[in-house]
Design a protein around this ligand. Structure first.
Ligand code: NOJ
Length: 509
């Protein structure tokens, strides 16, 4: 189980209203108590924060908001002392406009770093060089630079110019940034939209049938695979197990799977179609089937993620019915039960689960008033600060921080969840402990079971050991249960012959 920390939102210790590395260090025992194996830190590097750290101005330094390199070294040492691993975010596709490379590149068409970014003359009509769309505000992926009269490419905000990985000097300078952190002892990287680093050298228009979709979800290139093989060799040249998980933001699992290569590209890839699935057994059966088919074809190990810093928390999505085809008014009453069943689902599928900080507390998104909104892409709700206790400042220094608290923080905070043996925190703890002690859950193959339509049921098998999981995705009691001895129920009710509303069970044979 890997646990994602968004440093701005985890815990502030210096009173600036933004979380910091010391705040993470202060709560490592909480992570041990949950039972996580590894931590992924979202960016903490020097940045003007146009995209809250995904616009990096120096890959090899800590932004003063978060601390400094000594704080980082202390944090890493404490993480390792607890037997945990730490992976950090690496943002290879783009830098900040304030990165010295871009400052130099934009200064003149003759700059030695001009070709480190993607510059093009205006089209014949004076407009943008192609029809690509950026991913955060869905505007054109090009900005005209008045200094030289050329456009530069940015698949995200104009403050995030794309690097030109076709230039070997860029590839080499970026490899150096990996070495910097590998030498400091990190266990690996979450590579931000890494499928974007290989690009069509001709930068051709998107075909008409997909024109208007962000280029990020369309970029599939052989050049990316070449770069990934080089990066893999770099990781493999280091002692110990260093790993890379790629954020492959393609919404087709077979395309995602191709980035595992022949076990010579990424170790793991995020696969987002399940995150965008509704809370619906038929959809989930399909997601599991397609994930198994696509990943076994390449011998890849799956990953599962329900929430992250880019999407409403899954509790909020399921609660409010914010799935892609539901109406926002479709509010679900049973959010807590669904969140608990989702915990069992996430931790029992075949593959590595990624838990977004706060899911173990059953948090919902904060409601953000328009005047408090920060993110140009509207992702603030899931980035609300983590409440650690019931005091007005909830374990932060101040009660008013960069974003407002999530709902019910007086009663729903880490301390109250830990104190309540029936809470979702203890459910996660128990499922993860069971997973750690059950090889079928950790390593077993997965097969779907025949079950009533609203029940998602599957069986994990490993070396003669079997465990079945059933998730009732409906609000009705269902007269069905896999055979065997119930080891755990998501709602804490003792086992019956039937599945309760939104109840998940783990059954041993
Ligand atoms: C994906 C990250 O998860 C997201 O937060 C960011 O805005 C984009 N990549 C650009 O770096």
């Amino acid at each position: 189980m890997a646990y994602q920390i968004y440093p701005r939102s985890f815990c502030d210790t210096d009173g600036d209203g933004v979380g910091d590395l010391e705040g993470i260090r202060a709560h490592l025992d909480h992570l041990v108590a949950v039972g996580v194996d590894a931590i992924w830190l979202s960016p903490f590097f020097s940045s003007p924060m146009a995209d809250y750290g995904y616009d990096v101005a120096d890959y090899c330094d800590v932004d003063p908001l978060f601390g400094d390199l000594d704080d980082f070294d202390r944090l890493l040492a404490d993480v390792h002392a607890r037997g945990l691993r730490m992976i950090i975010d690496w943002v290879p596709n783009h830098t900040s406009v304030e990165h010295p490379w871009f400052v130099e590149s934009r200064s003149s068409p003759d700059s030695p770093k001009r070709d480190w970014y993607v510059w093009r003359d205006p089209a014949a009509d004076g407009e943008v060089p192609n029809n690509w769309v950026e991913s955060l505000t869905f505007g054109p992926a090009w900005t005209l630079d008045p200094v030289t009269g050329q456009y530069y490419l940015h698949c995200f905000l104009p403050e995030q110019p794309d690097l030109n990985w076709a230039n070997p000097d860029v590839a080499s300078a970026m490899a150096d940034t990996l070495r910097f952190w590998l030498d400091r002892g990190v266990d690996g990287f979450r590579m931000d939209v890494v499928h974007l680093i290989g690009k069509d050298p001709e930068l051709r228009d998107e075909p008409p049938e997909v024109a208007g979709l962000p280029h990020t979800i369309l970029n599939v290139r052989p050049e990316t695979h070449e770069h990934l093989r080089t990066l893999r060799k770099l990781l493999d040249s280091y002692p110990g197990d260093r790993m890379a998980i790629g954020e492959i933001y393609l919404l087709d699992t077979e395309l995602v799977a191709s980035h595992y290569g022949n076990n010579d590209e990424l170790h793991l890839c995020f696969n987002f179609p399940p995150l965008y699935s509704k809370w619906n057994a038929a959809d989930w059966r399909q997601r599991i089937t397609e994930t198994e088919a696509a990943l076994s074809a390449v011998g890849g190990w799956p990953t599962w993620v329900l929430s992250n810093h880019d999407n409403p928390r899954h509790r909020t999505r399921y609660e409010r019915g914010l799935g892609p085809t539901s109406s926002p008014d479709d509010v679900r009453a049973d959010g807590e039960l669904i969140a608990r069943a989702a915990a069992v689902l996430l931790c029992t599928l075949r593959g590595t689960p990624f838990l977004y900080a706060g899911e173990e507390l059953g948090l919902s998104d904060a409601m953000i008033a328009p005047q408090r909104q920060r993110d140009p892409a509207g992702r603030d709700g899931c980035r609300a600060p983590i409440p650690w206790d019931a005091t007005p400042s909830h374990g932060w220094v101040k009660d008013d921080n960069w974003l407002p608290w999530p709902p019910d923080s007086d009663s729903r905070n880490a301390e109250s969840m830990v104190d309540d043996p029936t809470s979702i925190f203890h459910l996660y703890r128990k499922v993860l402990a069971l997973r750690r002690n059950t090889s079928a859950l950790q390593l077993g193959s997965i097969g779907l079971l025949d079950s009533p339509p609203d029940v998602l049921a599957y069986r994990r098998s490993h070396e003669g050991g079997f465990v079945s999981i059933a998730v009732n995705m409906s609000d009705a009691e269902i007269d069905w249960m896999p055979g065997g001895q119930v080891l755990l129920t998501s709602d804490g009710h003792s086992a019956r012959r039937t599945l309760g509303p939104y109840q998940a069970v783990i059954v041993g044979e």
